[in-house]
Design a protein around this ligand. Structure first.
Ligand code: 5GP
Ligand code: MN
Length: 344
């Protein structure tokens, strides 16, 4: 409570505020960042939102998108560095360890600004002056909503802010299907609808804006790039650089693909390996009784939530897959044991 009072005091007079979120932002990352930015602008602050990389075009509808700086672009990076230098406050949303924002992480660590971390991931690193964090929350957007209410500013949440926040809750709960879909999620969403969020419009923007190439790519991946190991309760996609090029893949085109592997009857562990410029990016998903965050952290330099995590590999695609299969074989007992549990 004391910490909240200190944050409240910090934002009680106009400040220069720098907001950032994790690499390849998803709807929760961008929605919480822009929701927070739009709120703080209404309170009279100067706000700059910086993402470490680009993000999918199906998120471009969010209010404030046009002013977001992409740190991976040379011209934006210069402006972002100036904004960070001037910042009185840095707000880090939807990530809990500074290596999730690439080089920006070390710049934030060195900054003299008041650092805020709002997040729902496991094992947070201790880098913030004020942390608003709960792994019970389905989405960072849920926490941002609660924080604004606790600050006594519910009235400042307009349609644009409500829609940014709704988007993050919608996607981080997998469309209200994942086990993180709590009573509180529905209560918060009810409030956001009351505040003007147009839910069918948002679903349409997020889920029904495929390019023909993307749909064909998904068809290709399911028919040609899905490996099913029923004996290991495991199914995974292997997508090469060449595949991505062939379907002119754009940022966000592989999003959700891993869920097709998990949707198979009897499959408890699903993965997606995609070969990127900077190595192999891995997404893990699991059924309720299997924990993938620890597996991702222990073997693939990653982390995340119990049933949705990610990681990376510097080995070749082939070597990464071989290693993955071997690890699953070796750790079957821990992974698929009936009573297998891990800290949520
Ligand atoms: P996705 O598979 O959608 O990229 O990520 C699933 C979840 O795992 C998200 O909550 C995301 O923040 C987390 N995650 C993905 N990649 C990494 C990673 O490399 N490191 C950590 N710590 N978390 C990750
Ligand atoms: Mn999130």
């Amino acid at each position: 409570m004391e910490a909240l009072a200190s944050f409240k005091k910090e934002i009680s007079s106009p400040k220069n505020i720098f907001i950032t979120t994790h690499v390849k932002p998803d709807a929760d990352a961008l929605g919480s960042s822009l929701g927070m930015a739009n709120y703080l602008k209404k309170k009279g602050h100067q706000v700059t939102v910086v993402t470490p990389t680009d993000y999918p075009s199906f998120l471009h509808w969010m209010e404030g998108n046009d002013l977001v700086l992409d740190f991976s672009k040379e011209e934006d990076q210069k402006l972002a560095k100036e904004a960070l230098k001037k910042a009185d406050m840095v707000i880090c949303l939807d990530f809990s360890v500074l290596n999730r924002v690439n080089e920006l992480g070390e710049l934030i660590r060195k900054s003299d600004a008041y650092i805020v971390n709002i997040d729902h991931h496991q094992d947070p690193e201790d880098f913030a002056d004020f942390r608003y964090w709960s792994t019970e929350a389905a989405a960072t957007c849920e926490l941002v909503y609660e924080l604004i209410v606790k600050l006594g500013d519910r009235d400042l949440i307009d349609k644009d802010i409500a829609e940014c926040l709704y988007a993050g809750i919608l996607t981080d709960t997998g469309g209200f299907r994942h086990p993180n879909t709590t009573k509180n999620v529905h209560l918060v969403v009810a409030e956001l609808i009351d505040l003007g969020a147009n839910v069918s419009q948002i679903s349409n923007w997020i889920y029904d804006s495929n390019s023909v190439n993307r749909l064909k790519f998904i068809g290709f991946a399911i028919t040609r790039r899905l490996i099913i190991r029923e004996d290991l309760h495991t199914a995974y996609f292997v997508i090469s650089k060449k595949d991505l090029k062939k379907y002119q893949s754009r940022t966000g085109d592989t999003e959700g693909l891993v869920n097709y592997a998990l949707s198979l009857d009897g499959i408890k562990l699903a993965a997606l390996f995609s070969e990127r410029e900077d190595g192999i990016k891995i997404s893990f998903r699991s059924s309720v009784d299997v924990a993938v965050n620890k597996f991702a952290a222990d073997y693939f330099n990653g982390g995340g939530h119990k049933n949705a995590a990610g990681g990376k590999s510097d080995q070749s695609l082939k070597d990464t897959i071989e290693r993955f299969e071997k690890l699953v074989e070796e750790h079957q007992e821990d992974l698929f044991h009936e009573n297998a549990v891990s800290a949520n």
